[in-house]
Design a binder for this molecule. Structure first.
Ligand SMILES: O=C(O)[C@H](O)[C@@H](O)[C@H](O)[C@H](O)CO
Ligand SMILES: [Zn+2]
Length: 299
């Protein structure tokens, strides 16, 4: 019955590919290579990748209402103008933590940019613990810290009714839920929604589909899993030909395709020779579900 097909659409070895975002107006997939320090744009018509190099780890990219993009660069929220390849700092966070950098981020349904930080890794998943925090950049460029003590700030998306915020601190091996107040952007009432099984390894990026189910990329698990937040159960597993799957988003025509980023940093030669597509970008078709367009930062 299943006609799930997986294709490597960008056969380049991102060190840490992350933050895939479908940009409808360009029919393109935007993503970053965190330690490769670049923002990339894959055009679905030409199949070509353009990129902008920056001077620090760039951990996520989001669309901006006024056009162009917002990014998290080192410990800064910044604006990126694609044409002139110019980057301007909006706000600096974690100023007292020189070893920190931002990690995953996403824009909420009201146009606020959420992103969290972490200590720089010594090697994958090995880092000074509890150094990260979760922040929101509001459209007026003010910043709020929601909580700290985070290991690796990841995941994040909102339920379709905007009443729940889903979040991952990777080293907790769980997907958490919060109550969400869309009016204020406040989160409360943290609880565990799903605990990863051993072979699923480390939860990383995630996205929601039009049925309200969550798709989580499993770092070192070589898969994306589909979770039902109502029951806290896994309902589907899709395996990929690389272990270090980092994040996922829906895109393409009608948002019926899933795009998955991956990483190769920290792999030894033996593993790399068995997984030469590590760090590539993958497209999954035939899932039979669709996603929703990403929100744009309103500031
Ligand atoms: O992509 C990210 O979110 C982090 O920046 C990565 O470094 C991995 O998640 C981490 O290595 C897994 O533990
Ligand atoms: Zn991540």
């Amino acid at each position: 019955m299943s006609s799930v097909k997986i294709e490597c659409i960008v056969n380049e070895n991102c060190k840490i590919g992350e933050s895939p975002v479908w940009e409808e107006k360009e029919s393109s997939l935007i993503y970053v290579d965190i330690s490769g320090k670049k923002i990339c744009r894959w055009n679905s018509f030409t199949k070509q990748v353009q990129s902008v190099s920056v001077d620090a780890p760039v951990s996520c990219v989001a669309l901006r209402k006024s056009g162009d993009y917002v990014i998290t660069l080192g410990t800064r929220f910044a604006a990126l103008k694609w044409k002139d390849q110019s980057v301007t700092t909006i706000v600096h966070v974690d100023k007292d933590k020189p070893n920190n950098r931002f990690n995953d981020g996403k824009v909420d349904p009201a146009g606020r940019f959420f992103a969290g930080t972490m200590a720089e890794e010594i090697r994958p998943a090995v880092l000074e613990r509890h150094q990260g925090a979760l922040y929101t950049l509001f459209p007026d460029h003010s910043v709020v810290k929601h909580f700290d003590q985070v290991d690796i700030s990841n995941g994040l998306d909102w339920s379709l009714d905007h009443k729940t915020f889903f979040y991952i601190d990777s080293l907790s091996y769980s997907v958490d839920a919060f109550d969400y107040d869309l009016q204020t952007g406040k989160i409360s009432n943290r609880r565990n929604m799903y605990k990863l099984e051993k072979e699923e390894s480390i939860p990383d990026g995630m996205c929601i589909d039009t049925e309200g189910k969550l798709w989580v990329a499993c770092y070192d698990g070589g898969r994306v899993i589909r979770l039902d937040p109502e029951t806290g159960k896994r309902i589907q597993t899709v395996k990929l030909p690389v272990d270090k799957t980092t994040s996922c988003c829906f895109g393409g025509k009608d948002y019926s395709e899933m795009y998955v980023t991956s990483a190769c940093q920290g792999m030894d030669d033996e593993l790399f020779s068995r997984q030469p597509r590590a760090g590539g970008i993958f497209k999954i078709t035939g899932l039979g579900v669709k996603g929703i367009p990403q929100h744009s930062f309103a500031g």
